[in-house]
Design a protein around this ligand. Structure first.
Ligand code: PMP
Length: 427
């Protein structure tokens, strides 16, 4: 591997024109005290940097590239769509087909709408939930990320069922107060919140498997409890499947666990690597969306033919064999990382659901943000640097799940585990 002179030079130029040199904060590698690798191109499970170095990719564009990069069917679909025009701001047959396909995969999406980012999807879903219920309070969970809309950049206040406080400058307190933040996997906290504020709660939003504090699965019964308590109190359950959607199963976490939330958001995989996301759910709820109802939501590029074609081509590749392959790869990586940590005598745990995986630098299990945040992030940062130096492109934060793609080979996993052994020895 090189000393990355080209990436360094690009980062200097980037820092003169972009805040922190990046267009999305985690890309700056600040959490691991490094600087970013600039990517020139990618193919299958490999990234090639501006320096000409090759990396095995475990970020996969933060989730979308489940097939690996540059899948021929996806590229061809995009090329063909682009030749016919990029965007018309008018309805097309392709977006109808896309919605029909999604509805087959996600029966809970009785009606859905396309938007251009996960942030837009969750923001819109919650506006609809508020419009439908006529209530203003939204419940979210500590450690879950749902994009950067004002009312979702909120952390817990001092008590359990207290008002939230802004987690970012620029978020008005008046808005943060409408968000209640509870610990994940804590049925009692959820019951208590509904007992005290049940009549004010419009929606409960969650990641059905969390990726955004590292990979944290739901405890048995927790997701069903969310659905049941919402129903009992006239609130709506919103599964944010932007990350898990069509990654954990063709029909997402809700298919994997056999659940039916009131509303769902999708993005990443279903957009095939293009700016495309979706929100939808119960017919009676979605009937409140304009032009049918009083909840306004719109988008110039929503459902454009190029993005939708990438999504359709990706969905067409999501066979049972693909998920079986991801499971085999995931299990091998999980076992390999766990054995490497054990042999190195490093306190760690590996958590995985399907093709989402995290090596936490602390004893497990990790069930909540309180537990995740007890990880040794300094050791993680050193380990990350050593992995990068060995050609492994792992998420540059302890609190991000790594993603596997179906283009990985058995040899890639073997090489990754070998790199992990060396990296642990070096830290
Ligand atoms: N929800 C979840 C669960 C996510 O992981 C993300 C992004 N990582 C978002 C929403 C926001 O999506 P976007 O970055 O496309 O706005």
């Amino acid at each position: 591997m090189s000393d990355r002179p080209a990436s360094q030079a690009l980062f200097e130029r980037a820092s003169a024109v972009l805040p922190g040199g990046v267009n999305s904060p985690v890309r700056a590698f600040r959490a691991v005290g490094g600087s970013p690798v600039f990517i020139a191109r990618a193919s299958k499970a490999r990234l090639i940097s501006a320096d000409g170095d090759e990396y095995i990719d475990f970020i996969n564009s933060w989730g979308p590239a489940i097939l690996g990069h540059g899948h021929p069917a996806v590229i061809e679909a995009v090329r063909e769509a682009a030749m016919g025009g990029l965007s018309f701001g008018a309805p097309t047959a392709l977006e109808v087909l896309f919605a029909e396909r999604l509805q087959k995969l996600y029966p809970s999406l009785e009606k859905l709408r396309c938007v251009s980012s996960g942030t837009e999807a969750t923001m819109s879903a919650l506006r609809v939930a508020r419009g439908f219920t006529g209530r203003e309070v939204v419940v979210k969970f500590e450690g879950c990320y749902h994009g950067h809309a004002d009312h979702l950049l909120v952390k817990a206040g001092s008590g359990l069922a207290t008002f939230g406080v802004p987690d970012s400058a620029g978020v008005p307190e008046a808005i943060a107060r409408l968000t209640l933040t509870l610990p994940y996997n804590d049925p009692e906290a959820l019951r208590a919140a509904f007992a005290s504020r049940g009549k004010e709660i419009a929606a409960v939003i969650l990641e059905p498997v969390v990726g955004n504090m590292g990979c944290v699965p739901p405890e048995p019964g927790f997701l069903q409890l969310v659905i049941d308590l919402c129903r009992e109190h006239g609130a709506l359950s919103v599964f944010d499947e932007v990350m898990t959607g069509s990654r954990l199963a063709p029909g997402g976490a809700q298919e994997r666990f056999g659940l039916r939330p009131d509303m769902t958001t999708l993005g990443k995989v279903v957009g095939g690597g293009m700016p495309l996301a979706v929100y939808g759910g119960r017919e009676d709820v979605m009937r409140t969306v304009a032009p049918l109802g009083p909840v306004y939501q719109a988008g110039t590029l929503s459902g454009n033919p190029v993005a939708v074609s990438a999504g359709l081509a990706t969905l067409a590749e999501l066979t049972p064999a693909l998920y079986e392959r991801l499971e085999v790869l995931g299990a091998a990586l999980e076992e390999g990382l766990r054995a490497a940590a054990r042999d190195a005598g490093v306190p760690a745990c590996v958590q995985r659901v399907g093709s989402m995986i995290t090596l936490f630098f602390r004893e497990g299990p990790v069930r909540s943000w309180a537990e995740a945040s007890g990880s040794d992030t300094k050791r993680f940062a050193r380990w990350h640097g050593e992995m990068l130096a060995r050609g492994i492109y792992w998420p540059p934060s302890q609190y991000e799940a790594a993603f596997l793609c179906a283009a990985l080979t058995d040899d890639d996993i073997t090489r990754t585990v070998a790199a992990c052994r060396e990296a642990l020895a070096a830290t």
